[in-house]
Design a binder for this molecule. Sequence first.
Ligand SMILES: [Zn+2]
Length: 229
Amino acid sequence: MTALVVGDLEFQVRRSDRRRTLEITIDRDGQLLLSAPSTTAPAQLERFARAKQFWVYQKLAAKETLPPKALARQFVSGEGFPYLGRTFRLLLVPELDVPVKLEAGRFKMRRADAVDGHAHMVRWYAAHARPWLEARVERYAGRIEVQPGRLVVQDLGYHWGSCGKGGRLYFHWKTILLPPRIVEYVVLHELVHLIEPHHGSAFWQRLARVMPDYEARKAALAEIGRQLP
Ligand SMILES: [Zn+2]
């Protein structure tokens, strides 16, 4: 493999006799790979990479905010984990009174618990999502004058939130990884559903009255959602 530098991007070029098209892929660590037919001229490679530059920047930017990626990370000191849109480094420590805690700007985890690191982090996120979401539900419920039912934090698969019988509200524990402004949009969205079940114009109008910039937040959430595997 050879390297191709375009602007401040460095691509590893992989040529193959079997390939017919040019393709750029980005691996988990943000490494750029340019796959090409073996007959492609260097100038053609560079033209292609240049044409895709903006796309690559967008993808790299999106990866930074990609919530699930963080949980695929290794549980070693120095790894970053998101919480409310910020990233906190992990520090493995020999002793701790709980499996995980956020203290002095770091996630601390007992070294012996690192093998179950994923499960411990999920529990930590879910536990911290609840009071944070409850406070926002209360605030926004007051503004649109609804009486929500019980709040449930769980794994909702591909949904950030949903609502059910008796005004029950469901939120994915992963919401707590997102920036606060985005989570607030998710909260308000579900609360408005208690009044307007469908996404008609009445729904969006009611939402806009409380959150005039909801469209930007909605777009940001959609961008993050598109990155979910
Ligand atoms: Zn909806």
